[in-house]
Design a protein around this ligand. Structure first.
Ligand SMILES: Cc1ncc(C[n+]2csc(CCOP(=O)(O)OP(=O)(O)O)c2C)c(N)n1
Ligand SMILES: CC(=O)[C@@H](O)[C@H](O)COP(=O)(O)O
Ligand SMILES: [Mg+2]
Length: 624
């Protein structure tokens, strides 16, 4: 570890470093990040790009008294390093280790937990208003990226910031603009920022205009005076847009986001301002590590890699569920021109990059805007298109009302392809896809499917794209389960698939947790039991005919799902049995009313009791 970084053991220790050594410290921090993240994996490129911004905040502010909210929070590693957590970095994103996102329970310097995008300005405004109501005088800052600024909540918060302007109360937004979301940033705001970036800083520009006018003999001085006095001021005439200023937010730009001294100057100036200020800092994603600078998308979130070459240590050998989805969609779209694909800023993660390559006119990246994406899809569907919205399960939580109000009430044929459904591992609590059954299965008109393996997906997708109404397919992060590929009955609305007949107990397996259920069946057979196994396939509508048969045959029914038990499939089966006056014993396995912390998926399954061994144990306990 670097000599200077070694001196930073507690919050505010950075203030003891001599200013002339700040660039050296920045270098040491980058080296530390690279050493650690190359071993643990994590969100590297965004953190490398935010080193100077975070250092400047820690130099200008006091922690924990002052408050910084990091948007998404994937770029908060340097904040963690500077607030006494650097010695825990080898545990980053691992079970019981340091979280990859800010966390109130981890440090009093993490004032607000994040993970999902575009929340920082709202949260910071709340912190600022609370400060003012209590007549405190701490500084409040939101650090938001250009990608996160494409999300709807950010605009709602910018709109609401006018309350601070009225009261002449301070709040600072640092816009960390690197022209990148995970992929290249898109949309009108991104274009606006590009436009600002291509101009000189406002103050420099204003001074130039004023002095140029003053130098025009005769009329120049009076024009300059008139312009200065005019209500809308000189900037209205000469600076296009002025979006932030017109909303009552003072704009400080452009600031070189890798010049620590320039940043310190801007933050100290912003602290004195009466009202909200936005500092527009220009940064480079992956700064200081050539591999990441060249390919920021690859190094946005990366597994362990070789620092020298930038190559991943674990080579991908199997197809992922995402790959199968992407290939199938490309194939299905060839003969169906109505298919259009939508992503909310996740073209790589959802696999839609390949769709974009083949059908660029039918591909839409709407930015980090899940709510909009759903209603945009509804509009397309209302005009006869067949939109496919590929989205991570936890991010689709944002679009709940739009699914209900805009899609399902009107029974519009939107196909939701819900990736990262179930346990996701190292991203932890904010990113688990364990609520989708609960938030979709009670909405009238919604159809919800889950494939047991990769082989089943293309048939399900074909079915979905021929279905005339809202329909969703959920599938997990990671490699496909290749087992049971000989079972591939045609997909029929509301029909489950019986894998094995049995006698003592039947396991109803929802989606890819089949991998564990199939193993559990084998273990139970080895122990002399005779379990049945069913691939649920359709969570909604349920296969009620089959449920009646099962209830008549098996004394014990077991449901297994990678979903919160409350509102999950098990509860749906329970309600069915109760309503129809069946008295079978029912054992429902899933996540039991807690937020799942970062760990490996295998560890998370074990904790939830839905790995093969735990399933076997629970069943035997129950039968005894
Ligand atoms: C609601 C939501 N949708 C999508 C994401 C996935 N996501 C995480 S970071 C990111 C890009 C953020 O870009 P930016 O704010 O510019 O930060 P940078 O990584 O460039 O520093 C996206 C799309 C998310 N975290 N939350
Ligand atoms: C910070 C964030 O929200 C994303 O970067 C997310 O971590 C990506 O997850 P995957 O690695 O599953 O694509
Ligand atoms: Mg960015």
């Amino acid at each position: 570890m670097g000599r200077l970084l070694n001196q930073i053991k507690e919050p505010n220790d950075i203030k003891r470093i001599s200013p002339k050594l700040y660039p050296v410290l920045a270098e040491e921090i980058r080296d530390f990040l690279l050493n650690n993240v190359s071993q643990t994996g994590g969100h590297l490129a965004s953190n490398l790009g935010a080193v100077e911004i975070t250092m400047a905040l820690h130099i200008c502010l006091r922690f924990p008294e002052d408050k910084v909210v990091y948007d998404v929070g994937h770029q908060s590693y340097v904040h963690k390093i500077l607030t006494g957590r650097k010695d825990e970095f080898s545990t980053l994103r691992q079970k019981d280790g340091l979280c990859g996102f800010p966390k109130r329970s981890e440090s009093e310097c993490d004032v607000f937990g994040t993970g999902h995008s575009s929340t920082s300005i709202s949260a910071a405004l709340g912190l600022a208003v609370a400060r003012d109501l209590e007549q405190k005088d701490n500084t409040v800052v939101a650090v938001i990226g250009d990608g996160a600024l494409s999300g709807g909540m950010a605009y709602e918060a910018l709109n609401n910031l006018s309350i601070l302007r009225k009261e002449k109360k301070n709040m600072i937004i640092i816009l960390n603009d690197n022209k990148m979301s995970i992929s290249e940033n898109v949309g009108g705001m991104s274009r606006y920022l590009n436009d600002l970036r291509s101009r000189k800083s406002y103050s420099e520009f204003k001074e130039n205009v004023e002095s140029a006018l003053n130098n025009i003999p005769g009329v120049g001085k009076s024009v300059a005076r008139t312009l200065k006095k005019s209500k809308d001021s000189i900037k209205q005439l000469f600076i296009p847009g002025m979006l932030f200023e017109n909303m009552g937010i003072t704009y400080y730009g452009l600031v070189n986001g890798h010049d620590i001294y320039e940043l310190i100057h801007a933050i100290n100036r912003a602290k004195q301002h009466e009202g909200p200020v936005l500092i527009h800092a220009i940064t480079r994603k992956g700064m200081g590590y050539k591999n990441a600078e060249k390919n920021p998308e690859k190094f946005h979130g990366i597994g362990p890699f070789d620092r020298q070459s930038g190559e991943l240590l674990a080579k991908k050998t199997k197809k992922t569920y995402t790959d199968v989805f992407a290939d199938s969609l490309v194939a299905l779209a060839k003969n169906n021109k109505k298919i259009v694909a939508i992503t909310a800023a996740m073209p790589s993660g959802t696999g839609l990059k390949s769709f974009k390559k083949y059908y660029p006119k039918r591909f839409f990246d709407v930015g980090i805007a899940e709510e909009h994406a759903v209603t945009f899809a509804a509009g397309l569907a209302a005009q006869g298109m067949h939109p496919v919205f590929a989205v991570y399960s936890s991010f689709l939580q944002r679009g709940y009302d739009q699914i209900l109000h805009d899609v399902c009430i009107q029974k519009l044929p939107v196909f939701f392809c819900i990736d990262r459904s179930g346990l996701v591992g190292a991203d932890g609590e904010t990113h688990q896809g364990i609520f989708d059954i609960s938030y979709l299965s009670h909405i009238p008109n919604m159809v919800l499917m889950a494939p047991k393996n990769g082989r089943e997906m293309p048939g399900m997708m074909k079915f979905a794209l021929e279905y005339n109404g809202p329909i969703a397919m959920k599938y997990p992060r990671g490699s496909v389960y290749e087992g049971l590929s000989e079972y591939n009955a045609p997909v029929e609305l509301g029909k489950s698939e019986v894998i094995h007949e049995g006698q003592d107990v039947v396991i109803l397996s929802v989606g890819s947790i089949m991998e564990e259920c199939e193993k559990a069946v084998q273990h139970l057979q080895e122990k002399g039991y005779n379990p049945g196994l069913v691939n649920v396939r359709f969570i909604r509508p349920m296969d009620e005919d089959l449920l009646r048969e099962l209830a008549a045959k098996y004394p014990l029914i077991v449901t297994v799902e990678e979903n919160e038990l409350i509102g999950g499939y098990g509860q749906m089966v329970s309600a069915f049995l109760h309503k129809n006056k069946y008295h079978n014993d029912l054992l429902s396995l899933g996540i039991s009313d807690y937020f799942v912390r970062h760990a490996t998926v295998a560890q998370q399954r074990e904790q939830a009791g839905i790995d093969a061994d735990s399933i076997v144990k629970s069943i035997i306990d129950r039968m005894n």
